[in-house]
Design a protein. Structure first.
Length: 145
């Protein structure tokens, strides 16, 4: 009986039983992450001051909040200026392959999870700097815990 118990413990350890990092397991991304990103388009470049990505995960889906104390933008040759703090609710998915997507509505973030880090690309279309003129903004993002 004891041999069978220890054999199954050893087998579990080798195959990552119950570990969200095992084969065909959805990564556990629940919790708080330090988040940064930069993006540019149409002569504008912006970056998030290090912020917080807070995730509440259920299986392969999650909700949460993406917040930063400041967004700094440079428009053309102008000096950088602050847009202030930003806090938004997000929804997303994560797969057993480690693919992650999330955003405010349609996913604007795509990337990969690798242990205690995530990274990828950020893309969105908006007209907030030039009303009536849609601009595509793109750039990298990273999150670590």
């Amino acid at each position: 009986m004891a041999k069978a118990f220890f054999r199954s413990i050893s087998l579990c350890a080798l195959t990552a039983c119950g570990d969200a990092t095992g084969v065909d397991q959805i990564p556990n991304i629940d919790g708080s992450w330090s988040y940064t990103n930069t993006w540019s388009g149409g002569g504008i470049s912006c970056s998030y001051a290090p912020g917080t990505l807070t995730i509440s995960q259920t299986g392969g889906t999650f909700t949460g909040t993406l917040a930063t104390p400041d967004v700094i933008c440079t428009i053309g040759a102008e000096p950088p200026s602050s847009l202030g703090s930003v806090s938004n609710r997000i929804v997303g998915t994560v797969t057993a392959d480690g693919d992650v997507t999330f955003g405010l509505g349609p996913p604007s973030h795509t990337g990969r999870v690798s242990g205690n880090s995530m990274s990828g690309s950020f893309t969105f279309v908006d007209d907030f700097f030039e009303p009536g003129t849609l601009i595509t903004y793109t750039g990298p993002w990273t999150a670590t815990r």
